[in-house]
Ligand binder design. Structure first.
Ligand code: 6CS
Length: 375
């Protein structure tokens, strides 16, 4: 696999357009350029529209999802906007999940410069960037997806501090956004923490996910989502979590009897670029990317909302594969919170996974409290 990624990297760099030579030369001095952080509030562009002549180039944009799903729709919309703004000089080519390996392979491809842009779920680089696992804490971010999106767009802890941690690994997250509330599916009907006891839950590569589900008494297994349907069907895995649109489009509900609306977190995706490539771009191209990513925060929020609403209706309407929808009451959620919240501090204090920066956790917690009005 390593050899094939290297070969693929070479091929993709080779067809990466006129910017690839500059792209490998990015240095520290470039990091002072504007980012899409707290300045770009509410999805607005930060300043003047990018302008000037754009050299012809082709940028690859890999996603972890299939055509029609939220991440792919994002990449396609981004591609259209870039083409329009550059008069067709810059072409962005979106790639679906699957053709370039697993989500972990895709992350490596971006890190090696074989791909210019990627949508990445932080869970798949949890071993490399421990602070990025913060998104998989249960009952830490606001339950309301709109409030979570507000945090993701405006947070300095995420858009400046966490971004710098990723950049140590050649990944620059230009924006964080939600794909909607994450729900649990299983055959047992999860209503209390103890319902997880004895279940084997599929998770991404994040070591923290083991602890989050371990607190409820479950074991976990990391596999790529492409193998998940079969694993659930064969019952080598008993449960999984995902936003509802994805449960529907990947048909996980066909091989699971129940879906629990738990509001334990909102799925987070990142728009990322290879750090050295991005830092080596001319200023007007950086500005073009930054302003487009900032504009798209509102667009993608509406897109995921539509897809999640339609996904829930489709699951309910699928009478051939009936799925019991369990919506946890406030009292039931409280029981989960009591088990999940001690994990937050353990994560912050580095007791669960090494290399966590407590300052990022503390700042983000304050930013969340400002938005939710919590004490
Ligand atoms: O469960 C997963 O791993 C996949 N879920 C979503 C919503 N997007 C891509 C990711 O790989």
């Amino acid at each position: 696999m390593f050899i094939s990624i290297l070969t693929l990297s070479f091929l993709l760099v080779a067809c990466g357009g006129g910017d690839s030579e500059e792209g490998t030369g990015g240095t520290e001095e470039d990091t002072g350029t504007e980012d899409t952080g707290s300045d770009n509030t509410e999805g607005e562009s930060s300043g003047e529209a990018a302008s000037g002549d754009f050299e012809e180039a082709e940028w690859g944009f890999v996603t972890e999802e299939l055509d029609g799903e939220v991440q792919y729709e994002y990449a396609e919309e981004f591609a259209n906007r870039i083409s329009e703004k550059t008069g067709g000089a810059i072409t962005v080519t979106p790639y679906e999940y699957g053709a370039l390996g697993s989500e972990v392979d895709q992350a490596q491809l971006l890190q090696q410069g074989g791909m210019q842009l990627a949508i990445m779920s932080p869970g798949f680089t949890g071993g490399q960037v421990p602070d990025g696992q913060i998104f998989s804490l249960h009952y830490f971010f606001p339950a309301d997806p709109a409030q979570t999106q507000e945090v993701l767009t405006n947070s300095e802890a995420l858009n400046t501090d966490l971004r710098a941690k990723y950049e140590e690994h050649s990944i620059t997250p230009l924006a964080y956004w939600t794909e909607g509330a994450t729900a649990w599916t299983s055959n047992v009907g999860i209503e209390t923490p103890s319902d997880f006891e004895g279940l084997n839950v599929r998770v991404q590569e994040s070591p923290l996910m083991r602890e989050s589900f371990g607190a409820y008494g479950a074991t976990v297994q990391s596999i790529t989502w492409g193998e998940l349907y079969t694993a659930l069907d064969r019952e080598t895995v008993d449960a999984q979590e995902n936003p509802i649109f994805f449960i529907n489009s990947a048909s996980f509900h066909e091989v699971q009897d129940t879906l629990t609306i738990s509001n334990h977190n909102n799925y987070v995706a990142m728009t990322t670029v290879n750090t050295e490539w991005y830092n080596g771009l001319p200023d007007n191209e950086k500005q073009l990317i930054d302003e487009t990513v900032a504009e798209m925060q509102d667009w993608i929020f509406e897109e995921q909302e539509r897809q999640n609403e339609e996904g829930l209706e489709a699951i309910k309407a699928d009478t051939e594969n009936p799925t019991e929808i369990i919506e946890l009451t406030e009292e039931q959620i409280q029981a989960f919170r009591e088990v999940a919240e001690p994990v937050h501090e353990q994560f912050r204090n580095g007791e669960l996974t090494e290399g966590v920066d407590p300052a990022i956790y503390d700042k983000l917690k304050e930013e969340i409290a400002e938005i939710t009005g919590a004490e």
